[in-house]
Design a protein. Structure first.
Length: 91
């Protein structure tokens, strides 16, 4: 996925279509994101560079169960399929 604001917006729309709230906050967490326990809230470190934000959002999309792709536009559904099919990259 390309590192653009548009890519970030698309990933955020995917999460929002599944009932998640995406918030960009400052925090002392070292990772790129955290999912608030028992809530559909994703918090992204707002000081992360765009590449890190996109990587974090992609990880969350890969991690969650996507229940309703029928309501998504084709473009977003293709992104979800690509993310779910791609191998997990390890550091």
């Amino acid at each position: 996925m390309r590192v653009t604001k548009s890519s970030q917006d698309k990933l955020q729309k995917i999460l929002e279509s599944q009932g998640f709230i995406v918030r960009y906050e400052k925090g002392s967490f070292r990772g790129g994101y955290c999912v608030v326990h028992h809530q559909k809230t994703v918090i992204i470190n707002k000081f992360f560079p765009l590449e890190g934000i996109i990587q974090a959002l992609t990880e969350v999309v890969r991690w969650i169960e996507i229940t309703d792709t029928e309501a998504m536009p084709d473009e977003l559904r293709k992104i979800v399929d690509k993310i779910k099919e791609s191998p997990i990259l390890e550091d």
